[in-house]
Design a protein around this ligand. Structure first.
Ligand code: SF4
Ligand code: SF4
Length: 97
């Protein structure tokens, strides 16, 4: 298994130090979702303002910027709901599989 190494957290002191990508690239999980996900995120594209908060905060890097629209890599999304919880516009709904 080839997991990323832990790094010491340093609070950003300048805008240039803020993250510009997801926590991890998609595929961080060692295997694709094996069917245990019970809910999945669905975006309301009319409500989404493309702030990319979900993209930055998804713990598995499964939020995808798809030609200006938010989509999800459902092979790796674990259905944790962080993206829906953190969306400032309530544009993501977690629905049953
Ligand atoms: S956090 Fe919400 S509003 Fe922002 S890009 Fe994601 S879905 Fe869109
Ligand atoms: S439900 Fe969790 S794993 Fe799936 S896209 Fe949202 S934050 Fe990422």
């Amino acid at each position: 298994m080839n997991r990323p190494k832990k790094t010491e957290f340093k609070f950003p002191t300048h805008i240039d130090e803020y993250p510009t990508g997801p926590q991890y690239a998609a595929g961080y999980l060692p295997e694709t979702n094996a069917g245990w996900r019970s809910v999945r995120p669905v975006v309301d594209h009319d409500a989404c303002v493309y702030c990319l908060r979900c993209y930055l905060l998804c713990p598995d890097g499964t939020v995808v910027k798809d030609n200006g629209k938010i989509t999800f890599d459902m092979d790796y999304c674990k259905g944790c709901g962080v993206c829906a919880h953190e969306c400032p516009k309530d544009a993501i709904e977690m629905v049953k599989e």
